[in-house]
Ligand binder design. Structure first.
Ligand SMILES: Cc1ncc(COP(=O)(O)O)c(C=O)c1O
Length: 397
């Protein structure tokens, strides 16, 4: 056969680059502008103007409030997006996985912070190797055992590792107790020959989605109290506390004055959970500080049953009953299998075979993990495509 996948896609304005390959400054995935009708579904579409407005709002607010932003990239896994965040003033990026950290560092992003403690030989070695390649790289530890293993591995590789103490902040998945225990770990890191003490982290994952601004403020203050206590102990002992990192899209206007930097991630896209947590300056549960810029475009593939249609986004596309149909808030989503979803009209207008609708996803980091690119939209025009990276296999997640 003479045709190739590359050739076929090129005909549709699409070319293929290896997943996980370092991105070019401008995406090479789109060789010409497309319209929404031409896109393969299901796919992710990013409204560039809304996205830019979100990046700008976070940057402007943080600058005025005197706090830095080190945005979380688990939400987008895109070097193109990280670079835009950095251009807007971000001091680096926060990552959930070592693969994300490696990718961002290799893409030239300075100030990468990895927030899952490395455990076991594989991740310790990988983290230390990244520290050797990128002296700005930082990681967290919540256990003296990790500090010892990192110190030993750093000695063997002839490098230094910057370590931030991860302090318990309400989520029992991680974090050493704030106060004496965290302070002792900070001192241990400071005194370790091959480690550098970088600061303190307390990520309040409970506060982020707490409904009602005042309740959210109370939760966040409660959850970061251990960090504040530890920072005070450091100062009193003459140990500079370094960065005080944490926070989220929900607490971006709560944590300034208490932390030195925010790890907010979802604000660039927003998900259907975040749009209902309530704003500071507005009654009700709408959270309109940031715009819903990201949708999943899907096509109606069958319309044989009254009151509902079938769409080509199903479990594999991470469809959730809590997703919402753009422009049709009454419609109800149901899962129907790996490749199928159901949309029930619920009193809204009927959808037709072949029609396309856009869905607001529920859980951004899960969703972006199953797509390979963002189609970048300006109005109806698709002007670019940005690869989603670091998701090609277990070791890359
Ligand atoms: C450690 C950490 N920091 C920050 C964030 C970003 O929070 P959000 O996306 O709610 O802004 C997350 C998200 O899960 C996280 O796990």
């Amino acid at each position: 056969m003479s045709f190739s996948r590359r050739g076929l896609l090129a005909g549709a304005g699409l070319t293929v680059i290896a997943r996980g390959a370092a991105p070019a400054a401008k995406s090479r995935e789109l060789s010409r502008e497309l319209t929404r009708d031409e896109l393969p579904t299901p796919c992710m579409v990013l409204d560039l103007d809304m996205f830019d407005a979100n990046v700008r709002h976070m940057a402007d607010h943080s600058k005025a409030a005197g706090i830095s932003v080190r945005p979380h990239v688990k939400i987008h896994k895109s070097a193109d997006i990280a670079k835009r965040q950095q251009t807007a003033g971000a001091i680096g990026v926060t990552t959930a996985t070592i693969a994300e950290a490696e990718l961002m560092s290799a893409a030239g992003i300075k100030g990468v912070l990895w927030t899952m403690q490395p455990a076991g030989k594989h991740k310790i070695q990988r983290a230390v190797a990244l520290s050797r390649r990128d002296p700005h790289f930082m990681l967290v530890a919540d256990d003296p055992i990790t500090a010892d293993m990192l110190d030993e591995a750093a000695a063997a590789q002839g490098t230094k590792v910057r370590v931030v103490v991860d302090i318990f902040a309400g989520l029992t998945r991680h974090g050493i107790a704030g106060g004496a225990e965290a302070f002792a770990l900070a001192q241990k890191i400071e005194q370790s020959k091959n480690l550098k003490f970088g600061g303190l982290m307390a990520y309040s994952g409970i506060a982020s989605h707490t409904k009602g601004w005042e309740k959210r403020r109370e939760q966040s203050m409660k959850d970061i109290a251990g960090l504040k206590e530890t920072a005070e102990m450091c100062r009193k002992s003459g140990l500079t506390p370094g960065i005080l990192t944490g926070g989220s899209t929900g607490t971006y206007n709560i944590d300034p004055g208490h932390l030195t930097e925010l790890q907010a991630g979802s604000y660039i896209f927003m998900d259907t959970g975040y749009t209902k947590i309530g704003s500071k300056d507005q009654a009700g549960d709408r959270y309109s500080d940031f715009k819903s810029s990201l949708t999943v475009l899907t096509t109606v593939v069958s319309a044989r049953h009254k009151g509902q249609v079938t769409i080509d986004a199903g479990n594999k596309a991470l469809l959730r009953p809590t997703d919402e149909v753009k422009g049709h808030p009454r419609m109800i989503i149901e899962n129907q299998g790996a490749e199928y979803g159901i949309v029930k009209f619920n009193g809204d207008r009927e959808l037709k075979l072949g029609e396309r609708i856009e869905l607001y996803p529920t859980n951004l980091d899960m969703s972006t993990n199953v797509y390979d690119k963002y189609y970048i939209a300006r109005g109806d025009r698709i002007i670019d495509a940005w690869p989603i990276m670091g998701r090609a296999g277990a070791a890359q997640r």
